[in-house]
Write a protein that binds this ligand. Structure first.
Ligand code: URA
Length: 433
């Protein structure tokens, strides 16, 4: 079998065999396929597509390309959550301690951010002394001990996805339903959880721009997950506007702490509670979504959720930023953007804000770029708010005044106004079971 022939067959629109798919995955991982061949194969998949069966085979082969985490020693249904990535998405920071505070073990592997979307590991890295580089033994024993852990995916968890993702990122082949589904679900299968809730983002700041595509992706992931024996459900959530008010690593940690303490922006609270209720339902510890949401709210108001976050920080060496948020990095330069007219804000474009935050230093434009943990954007106003000319719309934070000026074009393009109040928009667009 030759990789050349497999690419050629996909290029001509054929359905690949299980053997061909496994050969491709093996060649990616052992380095016998060149980056050019991998890029060509990915582009052929983007253009010709893959049917459900091929996507399932690709997912299985990728999941088996490296180690599989064994969580069988942890009691209870282990529930995981995965977001397809968005701007200002800090729900993992809230959900892991919140759901764990209800006695449900959450063993979470997360990634670093690339492009517009932030990664949980970068957000946690803004907490002084916090370790996320846990060995499998440390990871599993922490979940046994305190019911929660968040760690970076080790080198050998789904190595095929790591290689494919890096090539997809530079060959314009990220936004393909079979490639996203296989990337997400192979990692989830290899991570060893019993149940997974997907947060499929939809809008300008997401890979899936429309609800139809997001729903197809969610349904496909659910099918693949169930075939692999996982309990699955999904939420499709809006990503036309950043989630919450904070975009940038330490700014997002502060906002996550606010929600864990019962405060914080309403869109972030609503989405987090809905995702929590899905996780609780999959764990089988509530009879209805309403009961599950009540349990989560109660844990927040009784202080159990924030206590679990403190415990998680302690276990992974992090300083207690819940009591001392001033320990989080803040940036020296602060810019301000004001409204240039009276009116309602009709949109705050997530893609433009994500791009501006990356320019300010909060994200990586290239994989090797360093991160400025204190950089970012804080939105003082969002869609539907009425503002007067000159009123503050947002703060910009960066290490350098020049970067603040560089980010201003994106920021100016991000906000649109109208004379009429825009219709209310939901944060949760759809739920799939
Ligand atoms: N998230 C992933 O893990 N993989 C993708 O391909 C896209 C989003």
């Amino acid at each position: 079998m030759r990789i050349f022939d497999i690419i050629d067959r996909k290029k001509n629109g054929n359905t690949l065999t299980d053997e061909e798919i496994r050969f491709f995955v093996k060649s990616v991982v052992d380095g016998s396929a060149s980056n050019e061949q991998i890029g060509a194969m990915l582009m052929a998949i983007v253009i010709r597509g893959m049917d459900e069966w091929e996507t399932e085979m690709l997912t299985q082969a990728m999941a088996e390309s490296g180690d599989r985490i064994d969580l069988s020693g942890v009691d209870g249904i282990k529930v995981d959550k995965h977001s397809t990535g968005g701007v200002g998405d800090k729900t993992t920071l809230i959900l892991v301690p919140l759901v764990a505070s209800l006695g449900i073990p959450v063993a979470k592997f997360s990634g670093r951010g690339l492009g517009l979307t932030g990664g949980t590991i970068d957000k946690l890295a803004s907490i002084p002394d916090m370790h996320t580089n846990l060995t499998e033994d440390q990871f599993v024993s922490q979940v046994k001990r305190i019911g929660a852990a968040i760690a970076t995916t080790g080198k050998n968890l789904d190595p095929c996805d790591k290689k494919l993702y890096a090539i997809r990122d530079v060959t314009a082949t990220v936004d393909s339903i079979p490639l996203i589904a296989s990337s997400v679900m192979s990692k989830k299968i290899a991570s060893g959880a019993d149940a997974v809730v997907l947060d499929v983002k939809c809008g300008s700041g997401a890979f899936m721009k429309d609800k139809r595509g997001a729903t197809r992706l969610a349904d496909l992931c659910i099918k693949i997950g169930r075939k692999a024996g996982l309990r699955m459900s999904a939420v499709i959530s809006d990503m036309d506007e950043p989630l919450g008010n904070a975009v940038g690593n330490s700014l997002e940690v502060r906002e996550a702490i606010e929600v864990l303490k019962g405060q914080g922006p309403s869109d972030l609270k609503e989405l987090t509670l809905r995702l929590a209720s899905h996780m609780v339902m999959l764990a089988g510890v509530a009879d209805s979504a309403e009961e599950a949401e009540e349990m989560a709210l109660k844990s927040i108001y009784e202080g159990r959720a924030i206590n679990k976050f403190r415990q998680l920080l302690r276990a992974q060496g992090g300083r207690d930023v819940t009591e001392h948020p001033d320990l989080l990095p803040g940036d020296k330069f602060k810019g301000e953007v004001t409204a240039d007219r009276d009116g309602y804000i009709s949109s705050v474009d997530a893609a433009s804000i994500g791009h501006a935050a990356a320019i300010l230093g909060a994200g990586r434009l290239k994989k090797e770029d360093p991160i400025d943990y204190g950089a970012g954007v804080y939105l003082c106003k969002k869609r539907g708010d009425y503002v007067k000319k000159g009123e503050r719309l947002m703060y910009l934070y960066s290490k350098s005044q020049k970067l603040i000026m560089d980010a201003e074009d994106d920021i100016r393009n991000a906000v649109s106004f109208s004379d009429q109040r825009p219709e209310d928009k939901k944060i949760v667009l759809e739920e799939r079971f």
